[in-house]
Write a new protein. Structure first.
Length: 397
């Protein structure tokens, strides 16, 4: 077997990624155990429904949810969550989606949560209904979500509410959960990037969320095209039915254990999730990564990352570099690098050999962030030297 990198054969440049586990940069760098598990999984035929049943048990144990499903990313999990909330056990609705005009299909969403990622919810055929005010988000006031704002938007057409959780929005989550629970509508929580800390695997389920979506290809360290949908058994089962290959004979079909066939009027056809079905390799790889993530020690891992960042900061002595510990980011420690023109410096680094990526999340305030989440240790010195050179050139100009 050739030792030549497949990227070399394809003429694709390998990059130094200090921007975080971003999809556009390939997400996580998978551990050898995950790669080996995926390779082994590829060497056999299995029933995907049976495999997803097994995955559900593992995900439930890790999250505290009633059930779980391996998806092809957090966006796919959100689309399936919305589709499950609309169709439930109704095979006619499953067959109709995304054309949902004949039945209830409204999903409430806070105005401050209506981002590009909300397209994943709308892709199911759901109509998104904006609620609430943006006072806190714009700095125009201090008020966040109030229960009456949800209740005022309720109607027979509403099937669920969606909530994008992060360190700032989580303060409103208890209100959303309590109000949705009192009014009998499921709450879908987008927690795609809320790992680490690993406590968040259970946190939102424990708070009472009905469905929670996580990315599998970021902090979990699983395949890039993987994710998790965890939550209520009935809703996860509906999502599974709408993801599986359903080209089956009704007389011989054995449904997954998650599915109570007595709830179905018939066998569903290919669902809206058929186009992003999870393969056996992704399912096994995700479960292997999830097990590693649960068993890992966050404090030890972050301490090791901080030592590396301190060494990089020392190499950047003389420039405005700030170490932000994990206790402040809520995730992993990062370095914030103040520069005169953040996007110009970032562009220069990306044009280097090899291209180098820093996070541009705070570029508008003149800061590039070095996120070490998937940064390989062997790249630290080269990264520091390239940043120092780019900063020196920027300040000369």
């Amino acid at each position: 077997m050739s030792d030549t990198s497949p990227y070399d054969l394809l003429g694709v440049r390998r990059r130094i990624n200090a921007a975080g586990a971003l999809t556009r940069l390939g997400g996580a760098v998978m551990a050898t155990e995950v790669v080996a598990a995926m390779a082994a999984a590829s060497r056999a035929s299995v029933d995907i429904g049976e495999l997803q049943d097994a995955a559900s048990g593992r995900i439930a144990a890790a999250t505290g949810a009633e059930a779980g499903l391996v998806t092809t990313g957090a966006a796919a999990a959100l689309t399936l969550a919305a589709a499950a909330s609309i169709a439930r056990w109704d095979v006619a609705k499953m067959a109709a989606l995304p054309h949902a005009g004949a039945f209830a299909h409204d999903i409430l969403i806070l105005r401050t949560h209506r981002t590009g990622y909300a397209h994943a919810l709308a892709a199911s055929g759901a109509r998104l209904i904006d609620i609430g005010h943006n006072d806190r988000g714009t700095g125009a006031g201090v008020r966040g979500l109030e229960a009456w704002e949800i209740e005022a938007a309720l109607s027979p057409a509403v099937v669920a509410m969606a909530f994008s959780v992060n360190a700032n929005s989580v303060v409103d989550l208890p209100t959303a959960i309590a109000t949705c629970r009192a009014n009998g509508i499921p709450l879908i929580v987008d927690a795609a990037a809320q790992l680490p800390p690993k406590e968040n695997l259970r946190r939102f389920i424990d708070m009472g969320a009905d469905l929670v979506a996580f990315s599998g290809g970021k902090a979990l360290g699983g395949p890039q095209a993987s994710g998790i949908l965890a939550g209520r058994r009935d809703l996860v089962a509906s999502a599974l039915l709408q993801q599986l290959d359903m080209d089956v004979a009704p007389d011989t079909w054995t449904p997954p254990r998650l599915v109570d066939r007595a709830n179905l009027r018939g066998v569903p056809h290919h669902g809206i999730g058929r186009g992003f079905k999870a393969g056996k390799e992704e399912i096994v790889g995700l479960l292997t990564a999830l097990e590693r993530f649960v068993e890992a020690d966050d404090a030890t891992a972050n301490a090791a990352l901080q030592v590396r960042l301190e060494e990089i900061a020392t190499a950047l002595n003389g420039f405005d570099v700030k170490l932000v510990p994990a206790s402040q980011t809520g995730r992993v420690p990062v370095l914030e690098i103040a520069v005169p023109d953040a996007l110009a410096v970032s562009a220069k680094l990306q044009k280097g050999d090899p291209p180098i990526h820093l996070s541009e999340r705070h570029a508008a305030r003149g800061v590039l962030t070095l996120d070490p989440q998937v940064l390989l240790p062997e790249h630290d010195a080269q990264l520091a030297a390239a940043i120092r050179e780019a900063l020196a050139a920027a300040f000369r100009n």
